[in-house]
Design a protein around this ligand. Structure first.
Ligand code: GDD
Length: 337
């Protein structure tokens, strides 16, 4: 079996490439050249694993590149993970987000249709499509109401995939994944920002963590569990759309509390809104709030109903919220040793 992963240098590419290699796949990854020649999470893989991955340098915004690659490789599976995936950034850079996430997805769909129609495709859709849902929990039938340029781009993406699936009878499945995090999560995302800062504080730093909306409610799971769900989506008789999540909701505030608990600190919250602070038992400021990290519109109130994936894919998240926080903080503590 041969699989191509777009976005292989991200968090999910890190776990998915290892999963596929363990199943005996020939794994190919698409990588954008950058001037510093860093390779994201690929650089974090053990050498013996990294050298098994066949890298193709190119960009998903280049349709010719994708068509030629698909024509040549004709993989059984393609996991389209590449995206501008930071929601906050999409408010400042909507057009480049649309170019990568809408144009890139259209290019992948066209390349499959024209050059390799037997390839099964997974598309990384997102819980952000729900915006601020009124119904709880959310499943595949919950209406979409995007509230960021990122989410708008993913709405175009999911509907492009559905349209190509129906019009050209292609095997293309959408994963509507709720937040999934890990020890290799990018530091711009709130969970890793917290785990890294907590590890520094445990090592003597006096800098508090400066955050935005502490009350945002998300459904956080472990990315390693979710890539197994992606793979299962491509092993079905028919393509379909699936929600993956944990069914557990937590605020950013609770994530921070759980992270500090790992290093033996109990956070006491004082004040509200922009003036809220989290204090340690001996009165040290551990958490502060700044307007800088608020978004023009928030998307939250998330809690996944993953019963369809449980029934059809036999998928369930294995890692609980508390364990996820522990994995992340302990990993960042080890890195500082
Ligand atoms: N990044 C960040 N930094 N977020 C903060 C901060 C902060 O300092 N303070 C509070 N937040 C809140 C955000 O407002 C948001 O509600 C929540 O923390 C999570 O933000 P992120 O970690 O940036 O992730 P996200 O939920 O916006 O999006 C992630 O998950 C989606 C669902 O799977 C990304 O991975 C998306 O690409 C993905 O689609």
């Amino acid at each position: 079996m041969k699989a191509i992963i777009t976005g292989i240098s991200g968090q999910d590419g890190y776990f998915l490439s290892q999963l596929l290699l363990s199943k005996g796949y020939e794994v190919h990854g698409i990588l954008r050249r950058n001037s510093s020649m860093t390779q994201g999470t690929l650089d974090l893989l053990p050498e013996n694993i990294r050298k098994q991955i066949i890298i193709h340098y190119g960009d998903i915004t280049d349709g010719n590149f994708l068509s030629n690659l698909l024509q040549k490789e004709k993989p059984e599976e393609l996991y389209h993970l590449a995206a501008q995936s930071f929601v906050g950034y999409s408010f400042q850079n909507a057009l480049s987000t649309y170019d990568a996430n809408i144009g890139g997805t259209l290019n992948v769909c066209n390349a499959i249709k024209d050059a390799s129609p037997d390839t099964r495709m997974y598309f990384a859709a997102t819980s952000e499509l729900f915006g601020q849902p009124k119904e709880t929990p959310q499943n595949e039938m919950t209406p979409f109401f995007p509230r960021s340029p990122y989410a708008v781009s993913k709405l175009a993406g999911i509907w492009t995939v559905r349209t190509y699936r129906d019009a050209y009878k292609l095997y293309m499945s959408n994963g509507i994944l709720f937040n999934h995090e890990s020890e290799v999560r990018g530091p711009e995302f709130v969970t890793r920002k917290i785990s890294q800062a907590v590890a520094k504080i445990a090592n003597g730093s006096h800098d508090p963590i400066v955050l935005g909306n502490l009350s945002a409610v998300k459904d956080w799971g472990y990315a390693k569990d979710y890539v197994d769900g992606m793979w299962r989506m491509l092993q079905q008789d028919y393509p379909d759309d699936f929600v993956l999540g944990t069914g557990e909701s937590h605020t950013v505030r609770e994530f921070a509390e759980a992270a500090f608990r790992i290093i033996g600190e109990t956070v006491e919250w004082r004040g509200s809104g922009i003036n809220e602070v989290g204090l340690s038992g001996d009165g040290k400021t551990l958490v502060k709030v700044s307007k800088e990290f608020f978004r023009p519109l928030e998307s939250d109130n998330y809690k996944a109903d993953y019963s369809k994936a449980k029934k059809k894919l036999r998928w369930e998240p294995e890692t609980k919220f508390k364990d996820l926080v522990r994995i992340m903080v302990e990993s960042d503590l080890r890195k500082l040793k």
